[in-house]
Design a protein around this ligand. Structure first.
Ligand code: XUL
Ligand code: CO
Length: 441
């Protein structure tokens, strides 16, 4: 029964806010869940989530060797029983950490059976346990998703597979994942490309594959409506890995796809830091681009390693990065019903259970600091003032008329022929901007 088994994280109590001067490394220095920032509790700004797949299914395996994680609760035996006990462990972790949400993939919470029907049954059984723990603890599901990439049937992709039966299987899998997400009161549902992309264009009908992906998403949206699921759908950009090219390359590509296929009313972005880096962008770029278009939904918080060119999914600890992220999030009105999901894994070398706490505490504190710094910057107004100065001519008569759409090439030519030359440019003052930011770090 839930809650009656021995503690998995014995010796670790509830992680509390102790303030910046605390010497206790199993405490928060900055994340004070109920403290108000811009009039709203930190927990409601940040809506932190633990990723079930990394923290409770990650083994530490890499292409050079097997798993290293010491997880005493992972005993050999019946996979369904193991999945059920793991739920107890996950909720003990969420409660001790004081994290309000979690996110999952269907096949990560419940084992795949011999048939689709058996897999569905397993998922229902595990969902019962998840629901019981949610009701007992008050923890919530930020979003659910389906793993449409691990099983060999998805070797050529799922919704973009050249095999229509694989598309149908994936549809059935997502139908079930939506039902379970709905039953668990999930605030959202994520589409991540998985293997939706290509390795070689000679063998790929890109138009057909993109049409199929859109059809798939429309069916998901239609089914959600049918069952009364009103959570937010998200599309998660990632340019490569595992495919050479993924159709959900970056925010701009995804938003173009959504608009092309009439999905823009139903789907927003779930933006992940390390994926932005792989696309050759900064996270701030991805957030700004999605935000200005009204597509900023949720984020997957992590970071890459500048010296390693792949998706290392490290926990974010860089305050400069979290400040940039929170600046954009505050600017575009916050994330809810989305949140900050730690799509991050402890390093292969950090194999003890306590490392899961250090990793999440560090990430949560880094985001809490980023939030406080971004809010202080906003309150001060210095950055906004400098930006306004930079665009001052657009607030003058000519700029206003152009923005209002009352000027034309001909009228502008007349204006410039009369003036002879544009007024002198002013400095971009990048260094000044950067120095202002550093005053707050
Ligand atoms: C993979 C990734 C996924 C999505 C959900 O790179 O980030 O785990 O977040 O499927
Ligand atoms: Co992710």
């Amino acid at each position: 029964m839930a809650g009656t088994s021995a503690e998995a994280f014995a010796g670790i109590g509830k992680i509390r806010f102790e303030g910046p001067s605390s010497k206790n490394m199993l405490a928060f220095r900055h994340y004070d869940a109920d403290a108000l920032v811009e009039g709203k509790p930190m927990r409601d700004h940040l809506r932190f989530a633990v990723s079930y797949w990394h923290s409770f299914r990650g083994t530490g395996g890499d292409p050079f060797g097997p798993g290293t994680m010491i997880r005493p609760w992972e005993k050999d035996g019946d996979p369904l029983q193991a999945a059920l006990s793991r739920v107890d462990v996950a909720f003990e972790f969420l409660e001790k950490l004081g994290c309000d949400f979690y996110c999952f993939h269907d096949r990560d919470v419940a084992p795949e059976g011999a048939t689709l029907a058996e897999s569905n049954k397993h998922l229902d059984t595990v969902a019962d346990r998840l629901l019981a723990h949610q009701e007992r603890s008050g923890k919530k599901l930020l979003w659910g998703t389906a793993n449409l990439f691990s099983n060999p049937r998805y070797v050529h992709g799922a919704a973009t597979s050249p095999n229509a039966e694989v598309f149908a299987y994936a549809a059935a899998q997502v139908k079930k994942a939506l039902e379970v997400t709905h039953r668990l009161g999930g605030a959202g549902y994520v589409f991540w490309g998985g293997r939706e992309g290509y390795q070689c264009l000679w063998n790929t009908d890109m138009k057909r594959e993109l049409d199929h992906l859109a059809r798939f998403m429309h069916m998901a949206v239609e089914y959600a409506r049918e069952i009364g699921f009103t959570g937010q759908f998200y599309f998660e950009p990632k340019p490569r890995e595992p495919m050479k090219h993924q159709y959900d390359f970056d925010s701009a590509t995804c938003i173009n796809f959504l608009r092309t296929y009439g999905l823009e009313k139903h789907v927003k972005m779930n933006i992940e830091t390390n994926h932005a880096t792989l696309a050759g962008h900064e996270m701030q770029h991805e957030l700004e681009y999605a935000g200005l278009q009204g597509f900023l939904g949720s984020i997957d918080a992590n970071t890459g390693d500048t010296l390693v060119g792949w998706d290392t999914d490290q926990f974010p600890t860089n305050i400069y990065l979290t400040t940039q992220i929170m600046w954009s999030i505050l600017k575009y009105g916050g994330l809810a019903p989305g949140g900050v999901n730690f799509d991050a894994k402890v390093r292969r070398e950090s194999f003890e259970p306590v490392d899961l706490f250090h990793a999440h505490i560090g990430g949560m504190d880094a985001f809490a600091r980023g939030l406080k710094i971004a809010a202080a910057l906003r309150a001060d107004g210095a950055i906004q003032k400098l930006v306004e100065e930079r665009y001052a001519t657009w607030s003058g008569p000519l700029g206003k008329r152009i923005e209002a759409g009352t000027e034309s090439f001909a009228s502008l030519e007349k204006e410039m022929l009369a003036k002879g030359e544009a007024q002198a440019n002013i400095s971009g003052r990048q260094e000044l901007f950067e120095n202002v930011i550093n005053c707050y770090l």
